[in-house]
Ligand binder design. Structure first.
Ligand code: ADP
Length: 622
């Protein structure tokens, strides 16, 4: 399937950059850092928002709680002011009976209302009647002077801050006295401590108008200074008699605390953790309610979220890396494919050009072969002519001899006829007829041999061919007093063309005769042996001639290789013979014969048409 071209547009340079391991790692680290920071910020912000919302709610609750606690007895002074016994006392403050009666009533009411103390004082603050014996607080005179309706004061006996409610009773436009209800906030504070213990994360403080903590869910912070107090201020505060004990440490909170969002603060105390500070003013009472929430949980959650963010960043980085890698792989694949296509196209081009070259070479070869064939044909003819030339001497001898004999016989016959010896004439004529027949045989062979052969094979009698060939060379074999030995089945017919087979045999026999010319023992053998279960036959022409040397053996079938003197050999006979045998489907080869023959054996194979098995060895005189 062909690949579509990879998108060329987005970020090829980024892909390149990402393929560098350093850049890839750097980018992943950057994304991790980004994810970490982002997740940390978001989580912390949302955690703080949640915490501050919760804290605001709580603060509201505490404020309501405190206001309700403080307002619980607000009715009591004004109610007492209209009491007849109280009014009577204020009319005659020096009357001990009235003082005692009112004192008893106040004691009862004090118990019923659950307040700490109720007393009635003259305009200077001296007690007239009280629920129990008492020393009025130092701040009473100051509060009366300032016409306040409440104040906090420390009780040195219990060490707690008490809340005082004041109600001035006026008679004919003048201050007749004051009704004071005192109660303690310790029970409320105890519930806060309890809640603070249960919820470690939240602390609540109530500071008075001097910014000193008068109530706290953390006992150690009680009477601490909300902001920072230098030595003179501390001394002044301590001297104000508002606080029952030594002032606590500076909490160092900012002067104005944001109400809704809150502010992160760190108290200057050992082991203090970051806190979210929020405040609420209780204006009518001149108090500040401060809530301090622990931010550790928010921070821990933020850290967890941050690691999550880092993991997400790393994932994005890895995804980018993967995408870049994939894109690079696709590009490489595409590149490889286009290179392959290019190579394929080049190869095709090469093949085309090579094919064209081959076609040309082929055509040239065909032309050469045609020329060669023509030359070979011509050579064949030339070789035949050469053989004819060689034979012509013997031939003239062969023909001249019978002609001379014929002439002598004819003359002799004439004289015999004149003498009336017709029987002798008849005998002469018979001899003459035989001689003519013999000459006719020779000329027929010559004619056959000289004729250009046709390329048609047929079933040919091997024995006939051998005999014909021997006949052509008969004069030479006779001259050498040679008697060929033939071992050929009489009925053996091979697939060949008679004339050309005879040409091969004439050539082989001629060579054998040449080789034996100077030998003392001359033997020529022609053998036929079956091959391939009689489907083919091996024909061997063996002589006892001088043979060839080992070096010459491989060169025998080279054109124009000859050892014969100039004018006698062309060196073509074996070449042409081998070619003819090849055309018959066989192979001509030569080997040196060991003694007793010791000459050469030329062997070739032919396809057998019929055997008509007659294995008798026929010897024939030539
Ligand atoms: P030519 O007979 O014209 O020389 P051939 O091709 O027929 O050409 O023979 C080539 C050579 O092979 C001969 O010159 C001869 O040296 C060697 N030769 C062929 N037949 C024989 C043989 N029977 N015995 C020894 N040498 C042979």
């Amino acid at each position: 399937m062909p690949l579509s071209a990879p998108p060329t547009r987005p970020l090829p340079r980024l892909t390149g950059l990402l393929s560098r391991p350093g850049v890839a790692l750097g980018l992943t680290a950057l994304l991790m850092l980004l994810g970490y920071t982002l997740a940390h910020r978001l989580s912390e912000r949302s955690g703080r928002e949640q915490l501050s919302a919760l804290s605001t709610e709580r603060l509201e609750l505490y404020a309501t709680n405190l206001a309700a606690e403080l307002g619980r007895h607000a009715y009591l002074p004004s109610l007492l002011a209209i009491d007849p016994a109280v009014q009577a006392l204020l009319q005659q403050p020096a009357d001990p009976a009235r003082r005692a009666a009112v004192g008893q009533m106040l004691a009862r009411i004090n118990v019923r209302a659950g307040t700490t103390q109720i007393f009635i004082a003259d305009p200077q603050g001296q007690p007239l009647a009280a629920s129990e014996p008492l020393t009025p607080p130092v701040r009473l005179a100051e509060a009366l002077a300032q016409q306040r309706d409440h104040f906090f004061a420390a009780d040195p006996a219990t060490g707690s801050s008490d809340f005082y409610l004041l109600h001035a009773v006026r008679r004919q436009g003048l201050n007749a006295g004051v009704i004071v209800v005192r109660f303690n906030l310790a029970p409320l504070e105890a519930t806060w401590v309890d809640m603070g213990l249960r919820s470690q994360g939240e602390r609540i403080l109530v500071a008075d108008d001097q910014d000193v903590v008068i109530m706290s869910s953390v006992q150690a912070w009680k009477y601490a200074v909300l902001d920072r107090a230098d030595a003179p201020r501390r001394a002044a505060l301590q001297a104000s008699a508002r606080y029952p004990q030594e002032l606590g440490p500076d909490l160092d909170l900012p002067a104005s605390l944001e109400n809704h969002q809150g502010e992160q603060v760190q108290l200057p105390l050992p082991g203090s953790r970051p806190l979210l500070a929020q405040q609420r003013q209780l204006l009518p009472l001149g108090l500040r309610l401060v809530a301090l929430s622990d931010l550790s949980e928010v921070r821990r959650a933020a850290r967890q979220a941050a690691w999550g963010g880092a993991a997400a960043g790393a994932s994005v980085g890895l995804l980018l890396l993967y995408l870049a890698g994939r894109r690079r792989a696709l590009r490489q694949l595409f590149l490889a494919q286009s290179q392959l296509q290019q190579a394929h196209a080049q190869l095709e081009q090469l093949v085309d050009s090579r094919t064209a070259e081959l076609r040309q070479t082929n055509a040239a070869l065909k032309t050469q072969i045609a020329q060669r064939l023509q030359t070979e044909g011509e050579l064949l003819q030339a070789s035949k002519l050469a053989v004819l030339g060689q034979m012509s001497a013997g031939l003239s001898h062969e023909v001249n001899q019978p002609l001379t004999a014929l002439r002598a016989l004819a003359r002799n016959s004439q004289r015999l006829l004149e003498a009336g010896r017709s029987d002798a004439v008849a005998s002469n004529l018979k001899i003459m007829d035989d001689m003519v027949e013999r000459m006719g045989q020779i000329t027929r062979q010559l004619k056959n041999f000289a004729r250009k052969a046709e390329q048609v094979t047929s079933a040919v009698s091997l024995q006939d061919c051998v005999n014909n060939a021997l006949l052509l060379l008969e004069h030479r074999s006779r001259a050498l007093a040679l008697q060929p030995e033939l071992a050929l089945p009489a009925g053996l017919r091979v697939r060949a063309e008679a004339n050309r087979l005879e040409q091969v045999l004439v050539n082989l026999f001629g060579n054998a005769l040449d080789a034996m010319r100077n030998q003392a023992e001359r033997r020529l053998r022609v053998l036929a042996e079956p091959l391939e279960q009689g489907r083919r036959v091996k024909i061997s022409v063996q002589d006892s001639g001088e043979g060839v040397s080992e070096d010459q053996l491989p060169r025998l079938f080279e054109p124009f290789f000859t050892t014969k003197p100039a004018g006698e050999g062309l060196g073509l006979g074996l070449v042409i013979s081998a070619k003819i045998v090849h055309e018959f489907g066989g192979t001509l080869s030569a080997r040196r014969l060991p003694p007793p023959l010791g000459g050469m054996s030329f062997e070739f194979d032919l396809e057998v048409e019929t055997w008509h098995a007659q294995d008798a060895v026929e010897s024939k005189d030539v």
